[in-house]
Design a protein around this ligand. Sequence first.
Ligand code: ZN
Length: 217
Amino acid sequence: MEITAGVHLVPGVIAHPYLIVDPEGLTLIDAGLPWGANRILKYITALGYAPGDLRRIVITHADGDHVGGLAALKAASGARACASAIEAEAIAAGRQSRQLKLHGLQKWLFALLAPIFKVRPAMVDEFLVGDEVLPVLSGLRVIETPGHTPGHVSLFAPSAGILFAGDSMVSEHGNLRVSRGMNTWDEARAVESMKLQMALGARIICVGHGPVIRKEG
Ligand SMILES: [Zn+2]
């Protein structure tokens, strides 16, 4: 599903992966749950590209529904993985980058669901430190957005006015809300990260969960 010129949301994968088509190759933002990897590869093929055309996979954070397909996608494509050092350490260990704040029944439920979110460890090839500009969409700036997790990053392309916010924000009922609750590492920092992102003036905001938000006009 093309969101704007050259930017696709790969449908049917949790959480949303976004595929960017540039003349120099393809870039994927987040890799979905483990079984999403095949869907992403099929989507790439359906666009007329080969898996080897995928050059770069940027991971916003180490949660299983964002990093689950990374090992399989790297193996199929040879793409380079990029993430912050904090998230990269967790990705290499096949774990999350922070503890969930679980109570009572939640602990039991999480233990039950844990196998679904279990991911294969993967190596990150390039550590993102924030403020670097990737050669994607005429300049895709990495923004440190801690809060949901300690090393979360978002990406902003001023030329297209598009922001990829990962799980730093959630899209609900046509609005954005900040990451909060048991899966949020630091709620105060999450609020700061949301403020920072809302000041960018993005026209299109793509999040991991919920519909794309458009601020036209
Ligand atoms: Zn998350």
